[in-house]
Every structure is written in C-alpha cells, then in structure tokens.
Design a protein around this ligand. Structure first.
Ligand SMILES: NC(=O)c1ccc[n+]([C@@H]2O[C@H](COP(=O)([O-])OP(=O)(O)OC[C@H]3O[C@@H](n4cnc5c(N)ncnc54)[C@H](O)[C@@H]3O)[C@@H](O)[C@H]2O)c1
Length: 302
C-alpha cells in the first residue's frame, strides 16, 4: 500500500498512545478514520484532535473482548464510510504479576482483549476486505511476543499468540489475495499509558518487585509504587507519534514484521542468536539503550 489517501482505516484502542497517533497520522495523510475505544472520555479527545483534518471521522465506544459488539462494527463502518481498507488491532492491556499469584479473572481479562480482541476483529473484518485491490490488517503484538521476562506471563501468552496467529494468517492470505497485507507489529518501549493502566494492586506490585529484585540487577533502582512506575514508563519510552510513524512506513513498504525501536530490534536479535540464554546478553546493551530513547514527538506533529 503506497498511499493512505482516501483509504478508510479502523483503529481500536484509539483513545490513547499508539492508537491515537495512528489515527492522527492517517488523517494527516488523507485517510478517513473510524476510531474505537472502551474509554469514552479519551476517545472523544482523539475525535476532537482529528477535527482539524479534512477527513471523515466516525467513533465507537467498543470493548474488543465483546464478540457481539465487534461483529456489528464492520456494518457500522460500511454504513458510514462505504468501505474499509485497513484495520489496526491495537487495543491492549497488561496485568503484571507472577503467574502463581495471578487471579484467573486477571489472566482472562488480558487474553480476552490482547488476543481474542485481535482475533474477533480480524474475523469480523476479513469478509469486507477480501476482494479489495488493496487492504491491510495490522495486529499489534510486542517485542514481548518474541522474548519473555518474569511477571508478564499473561501479556506474553497474548502477544506470542497474536504473533503466531498473524504469521499464519499472512501465509494464508498470500495464497488467497496477495494484495491483502497482513502485518505483525513488535514495539519496544513506547512512552504511553499502558503501564499506568496496568491492573495490579500496590501490594502485588511490591511483592513482584521483591521477587524480581532477587533475580535481576536491573531492578535495584525501580520505582516503589505502581503509580510511580506508570509515570516513569511514560516518560522513558519512544514517543508514540514516532512509533505510529514507523508502523505506517512499515505498511507502505509491505513489511510483514514491523519492529518499532532499536530496543525491539536488539532484543529480537538476542533471541535469534541465543535462544536459550538471551537474557544474559541484555546486560551489554540495555543500559546503553536507556541513553538513546526517542522521547521527542515526531517533528511534523504539533
Ligand atoms: N507502550 C509500549 O511500550 C508497548 C510495547 C509493545 C506493545 N504495545 C502494544 O501497543 C498497543 C497500544 O498500547 P499503548 O502502549 O498505546 O497503550 P495505551 O494504554 O496508551 O492505549 C491502549 C488503549 O486501548 C484501550 N483499551 C483497553 N482495553 C480495551 C478494550 N477492551 N476495548 C477497546 N479498547 C481498549 C485503552 O482505553 C487505551 O486507550 C497495545 O496492544 C500494547 O500491548 C505497547
């Protein structure tokens, strides 16, 4: 897909972070956008930002884990925009506790949004895009869909799942309609609200930090509360506008795997070179990466 002009793009989780900037950059490039989020307030903020672009915008309060709501979405998009060219399955959450301490509901919450949400939406939209001369489904996994750390088992299961699902779908689609692009995105650390929105009590957060402190030297200067961690996470990562820009460039170049950030690329490399011991290599480059974060917003974003 060489241009986004006059395309219709659906973006889930567009009320914040990467999803919001995908919507802004697509609108800036002349695409009509359908933005969806579970959070009405932040979704309305995104819609307000999009008003300054001369494109058609529709918005839906939507929980991607709700199969029935997702099933109804393509019809609504077709009614408003007349077609759909691109779907960004971006909505995502994290819980963050060791598996033995994790409540079953907490596991189900992460899997139902991060994994089932992606599958539900892909299933719902494919029939409406399969005969397009150009189409793209963009599933947001993570570098945590490639390497694993402790305290993230649900997140890893969901993101490794998205990767497997998307890679298989991409191969199938090459046989069915080679113009239908399927992308799997692996961001590294992006400075968004995802850590602040993590469902974890301060007590569980402390417990997890204590467990991880014994096993990793990186934890020594870690934040003491979940809230503090959320703020630091947002400040420390690549600006989400830059992440969105990298994703859109990857789509233009038809890259089936899109790595976002040097951290994502290096962690992927460590896993390929040292599949059994990749964690041991991180000590050499993770501290360096901390110094070279792309924290400033994209220049073309005001
Ligand atoms: N920030 C990072 O470092 C990072 C790294 C790798 C992957 N990712 C992935 O990128 C995607 C975007 O995350 P972000 O970092 O921009 O986070 P974010 O918290 O800023 O945005 C996520 C959005 O998803 C929405 N959402 C949550 N549950 C939903 C549901 N059930 N239905 C619909 N919307 C829902 C939230 O309201 C929020 O607006 C996620 O899939 C995340 O896992 C993020």
């Amino acid at each position: 897909m060489k241009s986004f002009k006059k395309k219709v793009a659906v973006i889930t989780g567009a009320g914040s972070g990467i999803g919001r900037y995908l919507a802004i950059l697509l609108a800036k490039n002349g695409a009509d956008v359908c933005v969806c989020d579970i959070n009405k307030k932040t979704l309305d903020e995104t819609v307000n930002i999009l008003r300054k672009y001369n494109v058609s915008v529709s918005s839906h309060i939507l929980d991607v884990s709700n199969k029935e709501s997702i099933k109804e979405l393509p019809k609504k998009v077709m009614e408003h925009h007349g077609k759909v060219d691109m779907v960004f399955n971006n909505a995502g959450v994290n819980n963050g506790s060791h598996f033995k301490d994790m409540k079953e509901e907490s596991w189900d919450w992460v899997m139902s949004i991060n994994f089932e949400g992606v599958v539900n939406s892909t299933r719902a939209f494919i029939p409406h895009m399969i005969n397009n001369s150009e189409a793209a489904i963009v599933n947001i996994s993570s570098i945590f869909g490639i390497v694993a750390v402790p305290g993230q088992s649900a997140y890893h299961a969901s993101k490794f799942g998205v990767r497997g699902f998307t890679e298989s779908l991409a191969l199938e689609m090459k046989q069915t309609n080679p113009n239908f692009q399927i992308h799997c995105v692996h961001p590294g650390h992006i400075g968004t609200n995802i850590a602040a929105a993590t469902r974890i009590s301060d007590e569980d957060y402390k417990k997890m930090q204590e467990m991880n402190t014994r096993s990793s030297f990186f934890r020594r200067n870690q934040p003491k509360t979940h809230q503090e961690m959320g703020e630091l996470f947002k400040k420390g990562g690549m600006h989400p506008s830059k992440a969105a820009n990298i994703i859109l460039n990857g789509i233009k170049k038809n890259k089936s795997k899109i790595f976002v950030g040097l951290d994502a690329k290096l962690l992927d490399l460590s896993q390929r070179l040292f599949p059994n011991h990749y964690h041991k290599t991180w000590i050499f480059f993770v501290p360096l990466l901390m110094l070279f974060r792309n924290k400033k917003p994209l220049k073309s974003i005001d």
